[in-house]
Design a protein around this ligand. Sequence first.
Ligand code: SF4
Length: 412
Amino acid sequence: MHLPGRSALGVDGTGIYVHVPFCSKICPYCDFAVTTPGGGRRRSYLPAILGEIGLVCRDAWRGAPPPAPADTIYFGGGTPSLLEPDELEEILGALARRLDLVAEPWLGLEANPEDVTPRRLAGWRRLGVRFLSLGVQSFDEDGLAFLGRRHTAAEARNAVAVALAAGIETVSVDLICALPGQSPASWRRELEIATSLAPQHLSCYQLTVEPGTPFAVMRRRGRLRELPEPAQGELVLLTHTWLAERGYQPYEVCSFAVAPEHRSRHNPKYWRHAPYLGLGPSAHSFDGQRRWWNLRQLGPWAEAVARGRRPVEDEELLTPMQLALEELMLGLRTVEGIELDGYRRRHGVDLVAANRATCAALGRDGLLTDDGGRLRPTTAGLAVADAMARSLDLEADGAVESAEAGSSGPRA
Ligand code: SF4
């Protein structure tokens, strides 16, 4: 039985995320669940992830009816390119045998530039990888050294070129902006190099200093000074305007593609509250109302699987208010924005009626458009999407409470 109501979200199917937690070296800004591959850790991963798939297939949605079959699979990390293509193939085979997938799911893979070799590219193509996300982060040697990356700028350029030459359908370049002291001119230079290589997709993130990372320690000791917020905003706006002029259209705050067919088909599932199933240490899953997540550390995760127990650490049931807020925050980060009728049906909130003055002001400032059916951020609005979402009210007409009582969400 498949869940009803998914079509109302404009989402086709479930996404599967596989977390590969290894990195040859841990970057000082990273707060993902990662570890180095030594000490037998690398060897323990494949049997454990295959074991988890075996456990999950018995009741993938933990008592809830299954949503639509999975139509995307994404290997993220960590560094999935540290797995050999044969190992990826084993995981894909287990997913196909054990879980409900469409015939040819869209397949994405994250890779570090130093792992991109003709042999691996041939393997990834053979497996059907359609979206290769390259963790370049910077084309500048000083930037790469600051970020603690192992590859050089020349290796990064070469990785993009050989991936494109190998015929991967979409090659994506990940870049990080707002490094301390970065000027608009130096960031523009990064964008120039990236676009001169002509990848079909770019992801441009802002540097954030996460608690518990070496960068957080450096900041505390006064050895790292983040770029002030206005300067960061200037770089984000520059990214959007500069890339749009060169044919890279944004479809989310950080994501740009030369054509709709080169957009990620997996990440929009997170933005649109579609169901997704996460496998591997720290991976999160979501069924439309409930979110659960795996044990974060590789050792306890693998031990739980070895004991025949699903390695889930905890779960939360999202309240109607949380669902409404998340959909607002995530929707305003995308060019599709928020479809107002659907939002009203799902959450009992008339966003425009509840925020008439704010919407009018955002419209006058050139940040938001309202065509009667959708609230959409403009290019300038995308650059301040989070602040814009925070300025909107969900409770002006008390509608969320009535949504709670009426339970008009997709799982009702
Ligand atoms: S390569 Fe990526 S996942 Fe690995 S440590 Fe660096 S930032 Fe984190």
